[in-house]
Design a protein. Structure first.
Ligand SMILES: C=CC1=C(C)/C(=C/C2=NC(=C3\c4[nH]c(Cc5[nH]c(C=O)c(C)c5CC)c(C)c4C(=O)[C@@H]3C(=O)OC)/[C@@H](CCC(=O)O)[C@@H]2C)NC1=O
Length: 276
């Protein structure tokens, strides 16, 4: 893999210290815990780091696939940051870490996204998206969402006055998340500079690490029996979600932010990783 690209990804530039430190800690926790099961990043250097013509948008993508399915139940890990200067003089920063499991297990995936569109507003998505229907499989709900007490973190976070529910404009996105999903918008007063960073450091950071720890222990490193028929259903469901989320999250944003040529190259590389 391209050293320059790797260095770029892990710098998480343009972010506040609490935001950068959180992303770095999450990425290193995942890579340390699952490292032996993960292949090195094999993205081309101009996908590991890319920018638009005018240089107003910079981004980095880092994906690592699991070893051959016989040894690992990890499909792949994806880390990304995007920084766009806005015409208003502000900046948009989107950082994400997602982990997808393969059909050797039916356990939930992991997703965190922090979308900062101004010094006083941040959208946080933190969830273990289910990979089975919770109505049809009540013990799945019990095992992964009740026993793990994931809802406690959601309730603690929502007690902070600046934290409000975030409702995605996409009904599809809303249908993907678990009942314990944290989808919030943190809106602070301009008269309180540094308040967003304080909330990230004191609340978002510990909760994100708790949820990742639960995912690593109960999902990535847990053992689940998946029969042949079930495996085929999982494969289909996982595939549909991966293709659709690319379309909803970045299908329209990327061409707008990076221009058609760069967007095609990066989206093509992402589709390759997503649909192996
Ligand atoms: C499984 C559960 C999922 C949930 C719950 C979920 C939520 C959301 N993501 C959004 C977005 C988003 N995410 C990323 C990271 C990224 N996504 C992919 C997907 O393949 C890749 C490969 C990468 C790394 C490159 C970028 C770049 C980006 C946007 O620009 C977009 C955004 O910030 O618009 C404001 C929002 C879109 C809908 C909305 O406006 O409400 C919404 C908050 N996205 C899920 O997948």
């Amino acid at each position: 893999n391209n050293e320059f690209g790797l260095t770029k990804f892990k710098e998480f530039p343009y972010l506040s210290a609490p935001h950068r430190n959180l992303m770095l800690d999450l990425v290193s926790t995942v890579e340390n815990r699952l490292g032996s099961q993960l292949l090195p990043c094999s993205l081309p250097p101009d996908v590991q780091y890319y920018q638009n013509q005018s240089g107003s948008a910079h981004a980095s993508l880092h994906t690592r696939s699991g070893n051959k399915p016989s040894h690992s139940q990890i499909d792949f890990i994806l880390g990304s940051w995007i920084h766009c200067k806005l015409p208003t003089g502000g900046a948009l920063n989107i950082t994400s870490l997602s982990a997808f499991l393969n059909p050797l297990t039916d356990a939930p995936n992991f997703l965190i996204e922090l979308i900062q569109s101004s010094p006083t507003s941040l959208i946080l998505i933190l969830d273990l998206p289910p990979r089975k229907d919770l109505v049809l499989c009540p013990d799945y709900l019990h095992t992964f969402y009740e026993e793990t007490q994931l809802d406690m973190h959601k309730q603690i976070l929502e007690k902070i006055p600046e934290v409000k529910p975030y409702t995605s404009s996409s009904l599809y996105i809303r249908s993907l998340v678990s009942p314990t999903a944290i989808m919030v918008c943190i809106e602070t007063e301009a008269s309180q500079p540094g308040r967003v960073e304080e909330i990230i450091k004191d609340h978002v950071d510990p909760i994100a690490k708790e949820v990742l720890g639960i995912w690593l222990d109960q999902c990535a490193c847990g053992k689940r029996e998946v029969g042949e028929t079930e495996r085929a259903i999982l494969e289909k469901r996982d595939g549909l979600i991966k293709i659709k989320t690319i379309e909803v999250d970045i299908g329209s944003n990327f061409p707008r932010l990076f221009g058609p040529e760069v967007a095609d190259r990066v989206l093509g590389a992402i589709r390759d990783v997503f649909t192996v």
